[in-house]
Every structure is written in structure tokens, then in C-alpha cells.
Design a binder for this molecule. Structure first.
Ligand SMILES: [Cu+2]
Length: 199
């Protein structure tokens, strides 16, 4: 099908690149097949995306740890992103400091290319419990997206998301120093972590 369209165009002696581009346009215009090129696991995000440049939001979660302060003077909105490269393991913010007594609405964006199929999450843990949370995530396995959601050391977490997806978590945290990290195997050890200070 594609070959037929392209040969028609090239017989008209269009430059090669123009022919390819026009061919792609024709294919996209005459059928829905262009929609089916998303990698596995990304289909729902692609369908729910409101714009071509906006990462697909995969859901929201609200968590309130027991130690949360009662006062909520207002909601603080934050965004943290992953690195863009398939073999880069760090967040785009490594230290975040916020005042106590607020609800925090944090949007995590996986900035990798969906074709690379690199999953990341954002998991807030009590200081000193990083290795334990990573280990419990490993034990939970792929079926649980490498996260034991019942781990008592987890204060808040997003879902594990693929490239060009986002996930928002809303939580409150008592004053203190926390670590956020990715529990996908190997990522924390490679440097995908940061510090959140509530004071
Ligand atoms: Cu990761």
C-alpha cells in the first residue's frame, strides 16, 4: 500500500523527501493506521492526550501519610521530570524545599522517547529507607511495576510511567528531609534520586 502511493508520487518526479512526507500524509489522511504506531503500553496515554506535545496524564492519586499536618494553607504545585535519554538516570530537579503545612500537588513527567520503553516513577521515602524501598520494589516485581505500594517507608508515589506520559500525586508531608527516587531496577543506583525538604 505504502509502496504504491510512493511510486505514484515519485513518478511525478517530486524530490525524494517530499515524496516520503507526502506519502506519510496520504497514509495518515486515508486511514487510521498512523494511530497504531504507539509502542505497547502507551496506547491509552496517546488516546487521552489533549495535544500532540503534551505528555499523556495516566491518572492521579491522593495520599495522606499519618504524620501529615492538619493545616493546609494552600496547595503547592510542583513538576519534576525524568532525564530525556534512555540511559540517563536522574531527575531534572535534585533538591526541592517547600514550607510545611501545605498540600503538595506534584506532576511527574517521563521525558524519554516512548520508543525507548524506559519506565520511571517518583517515589517519596523517609530518609534512611531508600535501599529498603528499592529492595521491596524489586521483590514486588514487574507485575507490580517494581513498587511495593504497602511499604510503610513510602510517603507518596506516582505510577510507573512510560515516555511522554505524566502522572500527578497529591500529598502532605510532615516537616523533615525526604528522598525521592525511581524504583525501576537499577535506576536509583545509577543516580535517579533527589531530596525534598519540608520546613
Ligand atoms: Cu527510572
Amino acid at each position: 500500500m505504502a509502496t504504491a502511493r510512493c511510486s505514484i508520487l515519485t513518478r511525478r518526479r517530486l524530490p525524494l523527501m517530499t515524496g516520503i512526507a507526502a506519502c506519510s500524509l496520504l497514509l495518515a489522511a486515508c486511514s487510521g493506521t498512523a494511530q497504531q504506531t504507539a509502542p505497547p503500553g502507551d496506547a491509552s496515554a496517546a488516546a487521552s492526550s489533549t495535544g500532540p506535545a503534551a505528555p499523556g496524564e495516566v491518572g492521579t492519586a491522593t495520599q495522606n501519610p499519618g504524620a501529615a499536618p492538619a493545616a493546609t494553607a494552600g496547595t503547592i504545585t510542583l513538576e519534576v521530570g525524568s532525564a530525556t535519554g534512555a540511559k540517563e538516570f536522574h531527575y531534572d530537579k535534585t533538591t526541592i524545599t517547600e514550607p510545611a503545612g501545605h498540600k503538595i500537588k506534584l506532576k511527574f513527567v517521563n521525558h524519554t522517547d516512548p520508543k525507548d520503553e524506559v519506565g520511571h516513577n517518583w517515589v517519596l521515602v523517609k530518609a534512611g529507607q531508600e535501599a529498603a524501598v528499592v529492595a521491596s520494589g524489586q521483590a514486588a516485581g514487574d507485575d507490580k511495576d517494581w513498587l511495593n505500594v504497602d511499604d510503610p517507608h513510602i510517603v507518596a508515589h506516582t505510577q510507573l510511567i512510560e515516555g511522554n506520559q505524566s502522572n500527578t500525586v497529591t500529598f502532605t508531608a510532615a516537616p523533615g528531609t525526604y528522598t525521592y527516587l525511581c524504583t525501576f531496577p537499577g535506576h536509583y543506583a545509577a543516580g535517579e534520586k533527589g531530596t525534598l525538604v519540608i520546613k
